[in-house]
Ligand binder design. Structure first.
Ligand SMILES: Nc1nc2c(ncn2[C@@H]2O[C@H](COP(=O)(O)OP(=O)(O)OP(=O)(O)O)[C@@H](O)[C@H]2O)c(=O)[nH]1
Length: 474
Protein backbone atom coordinates (compact mmCIF):
# COMPACT_ATOMS: atom_id res chain seq x y z
CA UNK A 1 0.00 0.00 0.00
CA UNK A 2 1.34 3.44 -0.92
CA UNK A 3 0.95 6.20 1.65
CA UNK A 4 0.34 9.58 0.03
CA UNK A 5 1.76 12.34 2.16
CA UNK A 6 0.39 15.15 0.03
CA UNK A 7 -2.79 15.72 -1.94
CA UNK A 8 -3.44 18.80 -4.04
CA UNK A 9 -6.75 19.77 -2.46
CA UNK A 10 -6.20 18.48 1.06
CA UNK A 11 -4.82 21.54 2.81
CA UNK A 12 -4.92 20.14 6.34
CA UNK A 13 -3.14 16.93 5.40
CA UNK A 14 -0.43 18.83 3.50
CA UNK A 15 0.16 21.26 6.38
CA UNK A 16 0.38 18.43 8.90
CA UNK A 17 2.69 16.30 6.74
CA UNK A 18 5.01 19.22 6.02
CA UNK A 19 5.10 20.29 9.67
CA UNK A 20 5.91 16.78 10.89
CA UNK A 21 8.51 16.05 8.20
CA UNK A 22 10.23 19.38 8.83
CA UNK A 23 10.18 18.83 12.56
CA UNK A 24 11.55 15.30 12.29
CA UNK A 25 14.44 16.28 10.05
CA UNK A 26 15.18 19.44 12.05
CA UNK A 27 15.39 17.23 15.12
CA UNK A 28 17.76 14.85 13.34
CA UNK A 29 19.77 17.78 11.93
CA UNK A 30 20.07 19.40 15.38
CA UNK A 31 21.53 16.21 16.76
CA UNK A 32 24.19 16.17 14.10
CA UNK A 33 25.61 19.40 15.48
CA UNK A 34 29.32 19.21 16.15
CA UNK A 35 30.16 22.67 17.20
CA UNK A 36 27.21 24.13 19.04
CA UNK A 37 26.17 26.53 16.33
CA UNK A 38 26.08 24.62 13.09
CA UNK A 39 25.15 21.17 11.90
CA UNK A 40 27.33 18.65 10.17
CA UNK A 41 24.38 18.03 7.88
CA UNK A 42 21.22 20.02 7.61
CA UNK A 43 19.19 17.95 5.17
CA UNK A 44 15.84 19.66 5.93
CA UNK A 45 16.15 22.47 3.40
CA UNK A 46 17.05 20.26 0.45
CA UNK A 47 14.45 17.72 1.50
CA UNK A 48 11.63 20.29 1.67
CA UNK A 49 12.80 21.81 -1.63
CA UNK A 50 12.72 18.37 -3.25
CA UNK A 51 9.22 17.65 -1.91
CA UNK A 52 7.93 21.00 -3.18
CA UNK A 53 9.42 20.53 -6.64
CA UNK A 54 7.84 17.08 -6.84
CA UNK A 55 4.51 18.41 -5.52
CA UNK A 56 4.32 21.88 -7.06
CA UNK A 57 1.03 22.72 -5.31
CA UNK A 58 3.08 22.99 -2.08
CA UNK A 59 4.92 26.03 -3.43
CA UNK A 60 2.64 28.45 -1.55
CA UNK A 61 3.21 30.93 1.29
CA UNK A 62 1.08 28.95 3.77
CA UNK A 63 3.14 25.79 3.31
CA UNK A 64 6.40 27.73 3.71
CA UNK A 65 4.91 29.08 6.92
CA UNK A 66 4.19 25.54 8.12
CA UNK A 67 7.84 24.58 7.54
CA UNK A 68 9.06 27.74 9.24
CA UNK A 69 6.86 27.05 12.28
CA UNK A 70 8.26 23.51 12.56
CA UNK A 71 11.84 24.83 12.40
CA UNK A 72 11.20 27.46 15.06
CA UNK A 73 9.34 24.93 17.20
CA UNK A 74 12.27 22.52 17.04
CA UNK A 75 14.85 25.18 17.93
CA UNK A 76 12.78 26.62 20.77
CA UNK A 77 11.82 23.30 22.34
CA UNK A 78 14.86 21.11 21.65
CA UNK A 79 17.73 23.58 21.30
CA UNK A 80 16.57 26.16 23.81
CA UNK A 81 16.89 28.99 21.31
CA UNK A 82 14.30 31.70 21.61
CA UNK A 83 14.54 34.80 19.42
CA UNK A 84 17.43 33.59 17.21
CA UNK A 85 15.20 30.72 16.09
CA UNK A 86 12.99 33.23 14.24
CA UNK A 87 15.79 35.05 12.46
CA UNK A 88 18.06 32.08 11.71
CA UNK A 89 15.33 29.92 10.26
CA UNK A 90 14.48 32.57 7.69
CA UNK A 91 17.80 31.52 6.12
CA UNK A 92 16.55 27.95 5.79
CA UNK A 93 13.29 29.07 4.21
CA UNK A 94 15.29 31.27 1.82
CA UNK A 95 17.21 28.21 0.62
CA UNK A 96 13.98 26.33 -0.06
CA UNK A 97 12.34 29.30 -1.77
CA UNK A 98 15.27 30.03 -4.11
CA UNK A 99 15.90 26.37 -5.00
CA UNK A 100 12.21 25.60 -5.62
CA UNK A 101 11.70 28.76 -7.71
CA UNK A 102 14.65 27.81 -9.90
CA UNK A 103 13.75 24.15 -10.34
CA UNK A 104 9.98 23.84 -10.19
CA UNK A 105 9.09 24.45 -13.82
CA UNK A 106 11.87 22.23 -15.19
CA UNK A 107 10.92 19.09 -13.31
CA UNK A 108 7.24 18.88 -14.18
CA UNK A 109 7.57 17.06 -17.48
CA UNK A 110 10.70 14.94 -17.40
CA UNK A 111 11.05 13.18 -20.69
CA UNK A 112 14.03 11.71 -22.57
CA UNK A 113 17.14 13.79 -23.00
CA UNK A 114 15.65 16.80 -21.19
CA UNK A 115 16.00 14.90 -17.96
CA UNK A 116 19.76 15.23 -18.21
CA UNK A 117 19.81 18.99 -18.80
CA UNK A 118 17.25 19.44 -16.02
CA UNK A 119 19.39 17.41 -13.64
CA UNK A 120 22.25 19.80 -14.39
CA UNK A 121 20.09 22.72 -13.24
CA UNK A 122 20.33 21.40 -9.69
CA UNK A 123 23.91 22.70 -9.49
CA UNK A 124 23.22 26.44 -10.12
CA UNK A 125 19.98 26.23 -8.11
CA UNK A 126 21.88 24.91 -5.06
CA UNK A 127 24.60 27.49 -5.60
CA UNK A 128 22.20 30.43 -5.55
CA UNK A 129 20.01 29.00 -2.79
CA UNK A 130 23.08 28.36 -0.61
CA UNK A 131 24.31 31.90 -1.34
CA UNK A 132 21.01 33.47 -0.22
CA UNK A 133 20.76 31.18 2.80
CA UNK A 134 24.39 31.75 3.89
CA UNK A 135 24.16 35.52 3.52
CA UNK A 136 21.04 35.79 5.66
CA UNK A 137 22.17 33.13 8.13
CA UNK A 138 25.65 34.57 8.68
CA UNK A 139 24.30 38.10 9.13
CA UNK A 140 21.62 36.90 11.53
CA UNK A 141 24.23 34.93 13.46
CA UNK A 142 27.02 37.53 13.70
CA UNK A 143 25.13 40.79 13.36
CA UNK A 144 28.10 42.79 12.08
CA UNK A 145 30.79 42.62 9.40
CA UNK A 146 33.98 41.03 10.75
CA UNK A 147 36.17 37.97 10.26
CA UNK A 148 33.72 35.74 12.13
CA UNK A 149 31.07 36.77 9.65
CA UNK A 150 33.19 35.49 6.76
CA UNK A 151 33.82 32.20 8.58
CA UNK A 152 30.15 31.82 9.44
CA UNK A 153 29.18 32.58 5.84
CA UNK A 154 31.63 29.96 4.60
CA UNK A 155 30.24 27.35 7.01
CA UNK A 156 26.62 28.04 6.04
CA UNK A 157 27.37 28.17 2.36
CA UNK A 158 29.50 25.03 2.14
CA UNK A 159 27.10 22.99 4.26
CA UNK A 160 23.98 24.09 2.37
CA UNK A 161 25.54 23.76 -1.04
CA UNK A 162 27.07 20.31 -0.49
CA UNK A 163 23.95 18.85 1.16
CA UNK A 164 21.70 20.29 -1.59
CA UNK A 165 23.93 19.09 -4.41
CA UNK A 166 24.08 15.57 -2.95
CA UNK A 167 20.46 15.20 -1.83
CA UNK A 168 18.40 16.93 -4.52
CA UNK A 169 19.43 14.63 -7.42
CA UNK A 170 18.21 11.64 -5.36
CA UNK A 171 14.95 13.38 -4.52
CA UNK A 172 14.16 14.70 -7.98
CA UNK A 173 14.82 11.56 -9.99
CA UNK A 174 11.42 10.16 -10.84
CA UNK A 175 12.27 6.73 -12.17
CA UNK A 176 13.25 4.98 -8.96
CA UNK A 177 10.33 2.61 -9.54
CA UNK A 178 11.83 1.38 -12.80
CA UNK A 179 15.13 0.48 -11.08
CA UNK A 180 15.39 -3.26 -10.67
CA UNK A 181 17.42 -3.95 -7.55
CA UNK A 182 17.77 -7.62 -8.52
CA UNK A 183 19.87 -6.59 -11.52
CA UNK A 184 22.13 -4.57 -9.27
CA UNK A 185 23.44 -7.76 -7.71
CA UNK A 186 25.31 -8.66 -10.89
CA UNK A 187 29.09 -8.55 -10.62
CA UNK A 188 29.49 -5.77 -13.21
CA UNK A 189 27.11 -3.59 -11.19
CA UNK A 190 28.60 -4.35 -7.80
CA UNK A 191 32.23 -3.86 -8.88
CA UNK A 192 32.06 -0.03 -9.20
CA UNK A 193 30.36 0.21 -5.79
CA UNK A 194 33.13 -1.96 -4.28
CA UNK A 195 35.67 0.32 -6.00
CA UNK A 196 34.04 3.35 -4.33
CA UNK A 197 34.25 1.68 -0.92
CA UNK A 198 37.89 0.67 -1.46
CA UNK A 199 38.93 4.11 -2.66
CA UNK A 200 37.14 5.70 0.31
CA UNK A 201 39.05 3.35 2.60
CA UNK A 202 42.32 4.15 0.86
CA UNK A 203 41.59 7.87 1.18
CA UNK A 204 40.91 7.43 4.90
CA UNK A 205 44.13 5.46 5.37
CA UNK A 206 46.33 7.83 3.43
CA UNK A 207 44.82 11.17 4.32
CA UNK A 208 46.33 14.30 2.88
CA UNK A 209 45.16 16.85 0.38
CA UNK A 210 44.33 14.41 -2.41
CA UNK A 211 42.42 11.84 -0.35
CA UNK A 212 38.96 13.34 -0.89
CA UNK A 213 39.23 12.90 -4.64
CA UNK A 214 40.22 9.21 -4.54
CA UNK A 215 36.63 7.92 -5.07
CA UNK A 216 36.05 10.15 -8.14
CA UNK A 217 37.08 7.62 -10.86
CA UNK A 218 35.07 4.87 -9.11
CA UNK A 219 32.07 7.23 -8.95
CA UNK A 220 32.40 7.89 -12.67
CA UNK A 221 32.53 4.13 -13.19
CA UNK A 222 29.24 3.96 -11.23
CA UNK A 223 27.82 6.68 -13.49
CA UNK A 224 28.66 4.58 -16.53
CA UNK A 225 27.58 1.18 -15.19
CA UNK A 226 24.63 1.91 -12.90
CA UNK A 227 21.22 3.48 -13.46
CA UNK A 228 20.97 7.20 -12.62
CA UNK A 229 19.01 6.74 -9.36
CA UNK A 230 21.59 4.28 -8.00
CA UNK A 231 24.47 6.54 -9.03
CA UNK A 232 22.97 9.52 -7.24
CA UNK A 233 22.44 7.36 -4.14
CA UNK A 234 26.07 6.16 -4.19
CA UNK A 235 27.23 9.79 -4.63
CA UNK A 236 25.06 10.86 -1.68
CA UNK A 237 26.38 8.09 0.58
CA UNK A 238 29.99 8.72 -0.49
CA UNK A 239 29.63 12.44 0.20
CA UNK A 240 28.09 11.85 3.62
CA UNK A 241 30.76 9.26 4.43
CA UNK A 242 33.59 11.63 3.49
CA UNK A 243 32.17 14.47 5.58
CA UNK A 244 31.69 12.18 8.59
CA UNK A 245 35.18 10.67 8.16
CA UNK A 246 36.76 14.13 7.95
CA UNK A 247 34.76 15.57 10.84
CA UNK A 248 35.70 12.65 13.09
CA UNK A 249 39.34 12.83 12.11
CA UNK A 250 39.32 9.36 10.51
CA UNK A 251 40.13 10.91 7.17
CA UNK A 252 42.85 13.36 8.03
CA UNK A 253 43.03 15.72 5.08
CA UNK A 254 46.06 17.38 6.60
CA UNK A 255 47.85 14.05 6.39
CA UNK A 256 48.60 11.45 9.00
CA UNK A 257 52.04 10.02 8.64
CA UNK A 258 51.56 7.71 11.62
CA UNK A 259 49.04 5.65 9.68
CA UNK A 260 50.89 5.47 6.39
CA UNK A 261 54.31 7.07 6.18
CA UNK A 262 53.62 8.96 2.97
CA UNK A 263 54.31 12.60 2.37
CA UNK A 264 51.64 15.25 1.71
CA UNK A 265 52.95 15.52 -1.79
CA UNK A 266 52.21 11.83 -2.45
CA UNK A 267 48.57 12.26 -1.44
CA UNK A 268 48.28 15.43 -3.55
CA UNK A 269 49.90 13.70 -6.53
CA UNK A 270 47.53 10.75 -6.29
CA UNK A 271 44.61 13.17 -5.94
CA UNK A 272 45.71 15.06 -9.05
CA UNK A 273 46.05 11.75 -10.91
CA UNK A 274 42.50 10.70 -10.04
CA UNK A 275 41.21 14.10 -11.12
CA UNK A 276 43.13 13.80 -14.39
CA UNK A 277 41.84 10.27 -14.95
CA UNK A 278 38.20 11.18 -14.45
CA UNK A 279 37.59 13.34 -17.55
CA UNK A 280 39.46 10.72 -19.55
CA UNK A 281 36.99 8.03 -18.48
CA UNK A 282 34.13 10.35 -19.45
CA UNK A 283 35.79 11.07 -22.81
CA UNK A 284 36.19 7.35 -23.57
CA UNK A 285 32.57 6.60 -22.72
CA UNK A 286 31.37 9.61 -24.74
CA UNK A 287 33.37 8.32 -27.67
CA UNK A 288 31.70 4.91 -27.36
CA UNK A 289 28.28 6.63 -27.31
CA UNK A 290 29.20 8.65 -30.40
CA UNK A 291 30.27 5.51 -32.27
CA UNK A 292 27.05 3.77 -31.27
CA UNK A 293 25.02 6.73 -32.54
CA UNK A 294 26.89 6.59 -35.83
CA UNK A 295 26.19 2.87 -36.15
CA UNK A 296 22.50 3.46 -35.41
CA UNK A 297 22.30 6.23 -38.00
CA UNK A 298 23.98 3.92 -40.49
CA UNK A 299 21.50 1.17 -39.70
CA UNK A 300 18.58 3.53 -40.34
CA UNK A 301 20.00 4.91 -43.59
CA UNK A 302 21.22 1.65 -45.13
CA UNK A 303 19.43 -1.58 -45.90
CA UNK A 304 20.91 -4.35 -43.77
CA UNK A 305 20.68 -7.06 -46.46
CA UNK A 306 21.89 -5.29 -49.60
CA UNK A 307 23.92 -2.41 -48.06
CA UNK A 308 22.06 -0.08 -50.43
CA UNK A 309 20.36 3.07 -49.19
CA UNK A 310 17.13 2.47 -47.31
CA UNK A 311 14.10 4.60 -48.17
CA UNK A 312 14.93 7.11 -45.39
CA UNK A 313 18.59 6.96 -46.46
CA UNK A 314 17.56 7.90 -50.01
CA UNK A 315 15.71 10.96 -48.74
CA UNK A 316 18.71 11.91 -46.60
CA UNK A 317 21.15 11.54 -49.50
CA UNK A 318 18.89 13.61 -51.79
CA UNK A 319 19.33 16.47 -49.33
CA UNK A 320 23.01 16.58 -50.34
CA UNK A 321 22.07 17.42 -53.97
CA UNK A 322 21.87 21.09 -54.86
CA UNK A 323 18.23 21.97 -55.45
CA UNK A 324 17.40 23.90 -58.60
CA UNK A 325 14.14 24.15 -60.56
CA UNK A 326 16.23 23.84 -63.77
CA UNK A 327 17.58 20.39 -62.96
CA UNK A 328 16.04 17.13 -64.18
CA UNK A 329 15.46 14.24 -61.85
CA UNK A 330 15.16 10.75 -63.34
CA UNK A 331 13.78 7.71 -61.53
CA UNK A 332 14.19 4.03 -62.38
CA UNK A 333 11.85 1.75 -60.46
CA UNK A 334 12.78 -1.94 -60.59
CA UNK A 335 10.78 -4.94 -59.41
CA UNK A 336 11.98 -8.57 -59.48
CA UNK A 337 9.77 -10.84 -61.59
CA UNK A 338 8.10 -13.82 -59.92
CA UNK A 339 10.13 -13.34 -56.82
CA UNK A 340 7.59 -15.20 -54.73
CA UNK A 341 8.29 -18.30 -56.84
CA UNK A 342 12.02 -18.03 -56.06
CA UNK A 343 11.23 -17.95 -52.34
CA UNK A 344 8.77 -20.80 -52.67
CA UNK A 345 11.08 -23.03 -54.71
CA UNK A 346 14.45 -22.30 -53.14
CA UNK A 347 13.66 -20.90 -49.71
CA UNK A 348 13.80 -17.42 -48.20
CA UNK A 349 17.58 -17.39 -47.73
CA UNK A 350 18.02 -18.09 -51.44
CA UNK A 351 15.59 -15.21 -52.09
CA UNK A 352 17.81 -13.01 -49.92
CA UNK A 353 20.90 -14.05 -51.90
CA UNK A 354 19.11 -13.05 -55.12
CA UNK A 355 18.33 -9.62 -53.66
CA UNK A 356 21.98 -9.18 -52.63
CA UNK A 357 23.19 -10.19 -56.08
CA UNK A 358 20.69 -7.86 -57.81
CA UNK A 359 21.96 -5.02 -55.62
CA UNK A 360 25.58 -5.84 -56.53
CA UNK A 361 24.80 -5.88 -60.26
CA UNK A 362 22.87 -2.59 -60.03
CA UNK A 363 25.82 -0.97 -58.27
CA UNK A 364 28.15 -2.25 -60.96
CA UNK A 365 26.05 -0.70 -63.73
CA UNK A 366 25.03 2.57 -62.05
CA UNK A 367 28.29 3.24 -60.22
CA UNK A 368 28.39 6.70 -58.69
CA UNK A 369 26.02 8.17 -61.26
CA UNK A 370 22.90 7.77 -59.14
CA UNK A 371 21.46 7.08 -55.71
CA UNK A 372 20.52 3.40 -55.47
CA UNK A 373 18.00 2.37 -52.88
CA UNK A 374 16.18 -0.75 -51.79
CA UNK A 375 12.76 0.79 -51.68
CA UNK A 376 11.10 -2.18 -49.98
CA UNK A 377 10.75 -5.96 -50.44
CA UNK A 378 11.92 -6.79 -53.99
CA UNK A 379 11.62 -3.21 -55.27
CA UNK A 380 14.60 -0.99 -56.00
CA UNK A 381 14.86 2.67 -57.01
CA UNK A 382 17.63 4.54 -58.80
CA UNK A 383 17.50 8.35 -58.70
CA UNK A 384 19.65 10.27 -61.18
CA UNK A 385 20.11 13.92 -61.99
CA UNK A 386 20.60 15.90 -65.21
CA UNK A 387 19.83 12.98 -67.56
CA UNK A 388 17.62 13.02 -70.64
CA UNK A 389 15.01 10.37 -71.42
CA UNK A 390 17.30 8.49 -73.76
CA UNK A 391 20.14 8.25 -71.24
CA UNK A 392 17.74 7.13 -68.54
CA UNK A 393 16.29 4.41 -70.78
CA UNK A 394 19.75 3.21 -71.78
CA UNK A 395 20.82 2.87 -68.17
CA UNK A 396 17.60 1.06 -67.21
CA UNK A 397 18.10 -1.38 -70.07
CA UNK A 398 21.70 -1.96 -69.03
CA UNK A 399 20.44 -2.87 -65.54
CA UNK A 400 17.79 -5.22 -66.96
CA UNK A 401 20.29 -6.93 -69.25
CA UNK A 402 22.87 -7.45 -66.53
CA UNK A 403 20.30 -9.62 -64.72
CA UNK A 404 19.46 -11.78 -67.76
CA UNK A 405 22.97 -12.07 -69.16
CA UNK A 406 24.38 -13.94 -66.19
CA UNK A 407 22.35 -16.63 -64.44
CA UNK A 408 21.97 -16.69 -60.66
CA UNK A 409 23.46 -19.55 -58.68
CA UNK A 410 20.98 -20.92 -56.11
CA UNK A 411 21.68 -24.05 -54.03
CA UNK A 412 23.61 -25.67 -56.87
CA UNK A 413 21.07 -24.64 -59.54
CA UNK A 414 21.45 -21.95 -62.14
CA UNK A 415 18.36 -19.79 -62.33
CA UNK A 416 17.41 -16.97 -64.66
CA UNK A 417 16.12 -13.98 -62.76
CA UNK A 418 14.46 -11.16 -64.67
CA UNK A 419 13.35 -7.72 -63.60
CA UNK A 420 10.73 -5.24 -64.83
CA UNK A 421 11.36 -1.53 -64.85
CA UNK A 422 9.39 1.69 -65.09
CA UNK A 423 10.85 5.14 -65.68
CA UNK A 424 9.93 8.74 -64.86
CA UNK A 425 11.71 12.02 -65.43
CA UNK A 426 10.81 15.63 -64.74
CA UNK A 427 11.87 18.97 -63.28
CA UNK A 428 10.52 20.35 -60.02
CA UNK A 429 7.12 21.97 -60.57
CA UNK A 430 5.49 22.89 -57.29
CA UNK A 431 8.16 21.04 -55.32
CA UNK A 432 10.68 22.96 -53.24
CA UNK A 433 12.92 19.99 -52.35
CA UNK A 434 14.06 16.81 -54.07
CA UNK A 435 12.25 14.48 -51.70
CA UNK A 436 8.78 15.66 -52.85
CA UNK A 437 9.76 15.40 -56.52
CA UNK A 438 11.19 11.91 -55.94
CA UNK A 439 7.87 10.82 -54.40
CA UNK A 440 5.94 12.14 -57.41
CA UNK A 441 8.30 10.50 -59.90
CA UNK A 442 8.34 7.17 -58.04
CA UNK A 443 4.58 6.99 -58.25
CA UNK A 444 4.58 7.75 -62.00
CA UNK A 445 7.45 5.26 -62.53
CA UNK A 446 5.29 2.73 -60.68
CA UNK A 447 2.56 3.16 -63.31
CA UNK A 448 5.11 2.45 -66.05
CA UNK A 449 6.47 -0.52 -64.13
CA UNK A 450 2.95 -1.91 -64.07
CA UNK A 451 2.89 -1.68 -67.86
CA UNK A 452 6.11 -3.71 -68.04
CA UNK A 453 4.55 -6.37 -65.82
CA UNK A 454 1.35 -6.49 -67.85
CA UNK A 455 3.29 -6.67 -71.10
CA UNK A 456 5.02 -9.87 -70.00
CA UNK A 457 7.77 -8.69 -67.60
CA UNK A 458 11.54 -8.55 -68.26
CA UNK A 459 11.27 -5.17 -69.94
CA UNK A 460 11.58 -1.41 -69.38
CA UNK A 461 8.67 0.98 -69.89
CA UNK A 462 10.00 4.40 -70.81
CA UNK A 463 8.97 7.77 -69.41
CA UNK A 464 6.08 8.23 -71.82
CA UNK A 465 4.87 4.63 -71.95
CA UNK A 466 1.35 4.11 -73.24
CA UNK A 467 -1.06 3.36 -70.43
CA UNK A 468 -3.65 1.46 -72.47
CA UNK A 469 -3.40 -1.55 -70.14
CA UNK A 470 -4.21 0.30 -66.97
CA UNK A 471 -7.94 0.01 -67.64
CA UNK A 472 -7.59 -3.78 -67.35
CA UNK A 473 -6.64 -3.61 -63.73
CA UNK A 474 -8.90 -5.90 -61.77
N1 LIG B 1 13.59 -13.68 -49.42
C1 LIG B 1 12.96 -12.51 -49.28
N2 LIG B 1 11.73 -12.35 -49.78
C2 LIG B 1 11.12 -11.15 -49.67
C3 LIG B 1 11.75 -10.07 -49.03
N3 LIG B 1 10.90 -9.01 -49.06
C4 LIG B 1 9.79 -9.42 -49.72
N4 LIG B 1 9.92 -10.72 -50.09
C5 LIG B 1 8.98 -11.56 -50.83
O1 LIG B 1 8.82 -11.05 -52.13
C6 LIG B 1 7.63 -11.61 -52.64
C7 LIG B 1 6.97 -10.63 -53.57
O2 LIG B 1 5.95 -11.30 -54.18
P1 LIG B 1 4.88 -10.62 -55.12
O3 LIG B 1 4.63 -9.21 -54.63
O4 LIG B 1 3.69 -11.52 -55.18
O5 LIG B 1 5.55 -10.48 -56.48
P2 LIG B 1 6.33 -11.48 -57.42
O6 LIG B 1 6.23 -12.89 -56.98
O7 LIG B 1 7.71 -10.94 -57.54
O8 LIG B 1 5.55 -11.32 -58.75
P3 LIG B 1 5.54 -10.10 -59.76
O9 LIG B 1 6.08 -8.90 -59.03
O10 LIG B 1 4.14 -9.93 -60.13
O11 LIG B 1 6.42 -10.50 -60.88
C8 LIG B 1 6.76 -12.02 -51.45
O12 LIG B 1 6.63 -13.39 -51.42
C9 LIG B 1 7.58 -11.53 -50.26
O13 LIG B 1 7.49 -12.42 -49.15
C10 LIG B 1 13.07 -10.26 -48.48
O14 LIG B 1 13.68 -9.38 -47.89
N5 LIG B 1 13.63 -11.50 -48.64
Amino acid sequence: MRVKLFEEHNFKKNILSLFLITLLFCFVGSHLRIPEELSLFWPVNALIAGLMVRNPFLHQARYYLACFSAMVFNDTVFSGWALPAFTLNVANILFVLVAVSMLIKHFQDQSGSERITHALRIFPACLLAAFACATWGALAQEGKFNMQLATAWGDWFSEQFSTGAMLLPCLLIRHWQSTSFRHLLQINKISPVIAVILSLGLGAMMGGAGSLTFPVPALIWCAIALPVPMTSLVILITGIAEIILVSHGVMNIEGNENLLPLSHLTSARLGVATVALSPLIVAVSMDAIRQLNQRLALRADYDFLTQLLSRSGLYESLKQEKFSADRNMGVILLDVDYFKAINDNFGHDAGDKVLEEIARRMQRVVGNEGHICRFGGEEFVVVLFDQNQHQLYKLAEAIRQTMVKEKFWLHGNTVTVTVSLGLALDRPAEEREWQSLANRLISSADKNLYISKRNGRNQTSPVNAKHEFTSNVA
